[in-house]
Write a protein that binds this ligand. Structure first.
Ligand SMILES: [Fe+2]
Length: 373
């Protein structure tokens, strides 16, 4: 067995109704910044409930910030400036990946008093504020990993703000908070979790321990996601998905993602496709493309879907996605043949492309994209 490292410093607490215990976990903070999504926390009453719970636990000041989907760095900076002025000691991210990633940006930006876009890829001088995450979707895994995927408007691209201090201190997983998630978002986020597990499993950076977690997540999501879509009010099915997405988040914390996420970024940035669906559009063809470089692992994924490469592994995966309403043809998302050259060149600039088992050049990527049109 090769040398490996496993680092997962986030405390995980799972249980229906656990949000009521929020006050026990605020680490003595008196001033707290809560970052939510744009709409749902307000509409569902969650924002008010959190404010009440915090004040009931001795918190003197609560400031709120709202994060847009694919949160822009400047938006994070604006919330960070308010958190700095209010001298916040803790940042709570409540919502999906955008809210939690923005919360990480706020936790880094506030004590460092610098635009987060300028901190990407650097070692910032002041330690990030402690982070407490409360996911309301089952997908991103951001609650247990170090990544904050933000949009840098200056270069019109996604950037990854991460460091040793961007791991959340605590992930509070309360499946009741995901009950109201509409089917569309349940699928958007659920297939993202699926891609995290599968991509982390086949990644060059995978370890024996991340593999064990990846197989657990893939196996759970296969059944739990259709169940959560069919029975959105079933806290059991929702809990399975929330757990599986968290496990998949632990996988990518170690192993990262692959060319599939790199392919997905373009669909999100240029065609407005949700992050999860953008990855899911290419996961089956992406596995086939990588097969010869990782036949045992990719064969294992097909087996989980009751197939093998010889017995329609790609078709079984695509059928599962189509049953969930996921589109797997790039042309249906508006990708044209003219675009394929620049699209492939963009994919080659992304670090996760190099984590894929298959070593690729731009021509290979163009071939994959044309096959997926
Ligand atoms: Fe993702």
């Amino acid at each position: 067995m090769d040398t490996f490292r496993y680092h997962a410093p986030t405390e995980i607490r799972f249980g229906a109704g656990l949000l009521d215990e929020l006050g026990k976990h605020i680490r003595g903070a008196r001033r707290v910044c809560v970052v939510t999504g744009r709409k749902s926390a307000e509409a569902s009453g969650l924002k008010e409930r959190i404010e009440t719970l915090l004040h009931g636990s001795g918190v003197e000041k609560v400031i709120f910030g709202a994060a847009s989907p694919n949160p822009p760095c400047t938006e994070v900076d604006a919330i960070g400036a308010r958190a700095r002025t209010a001298r916040c000691e803790l940042v709570i991210g409540v919502g999906g990946g955008s809210a939690m990633d923005a919360a990480k940006g706020v936790a880094v930006g506030a004590p460092n008093a610098a635009p987060v876009a300028e901190l990407v890829g650097t070692t910032w001088p002041s330690r990030a504020l402690p982070l407490l995450m409360i996911p309301t979707t089952a997908g991103t895994g951001s609650e247990v990993n170090q990544y904050a995927i933000l949009t840098d408007e200056r270069i019109d691209d996604k950037v990854n703000l991460s460091g040793p201090d961007t791991y959340p201190a605590l992930a509070l997983l309360d499946p009741e908070l995901t009950l109201g998630l509409p089917v569309e978002y349940t699928v958007d986020t659920g297939v993202d979790a699926f891609c995290h597990a599968v991509e982390g499993y086949i990644s060059r950076r995978a370890t024996p321990l991340s593999d064990a977690l990846a197989l657990e997540a893939i196996t759970r999501v296969r059944h739990a996601l259709p169940n959560a879509v069919a029975r959105p009010d079933d806290v059991g099915a929702r809990g399975e998905m929330l757990y599986a997405a968290c496990v998949a988040g632990l996988v990518i914390a170690q192993a990262g993602t692959t060319i599939v996420h790199a392919l997905g970024y373009h669909l999100t940035l240029r065609h407005g496709v949700s992050h999860g669906r953008a990855n899911a559009a290419l996961i089956a063809q992406g596995l086939d493309f990588n097969y010869d470089a990782a036949p045992t692992k990719i064969g294992r994924v097909y087996e989980i879907f009751g197939a093998t490469r010889d017995r329609a592994g790609v078709e079984a995966l695509e059928a599962w996605l189509h049953d969930l309403g996921v589109v797997t043809s790039l042309a249906e998302y508006g990708v044209t043949d003219d675009e394929i050259g620049p699209y492939a060149a963009y994919v080659m600039t992304k670090g996760n492309t190099r984590s894929s088992p298959r070593v690729v050049n731009a021509e290979d990527v163009e071939w994959l994209l044309r096959k997926s049109l």
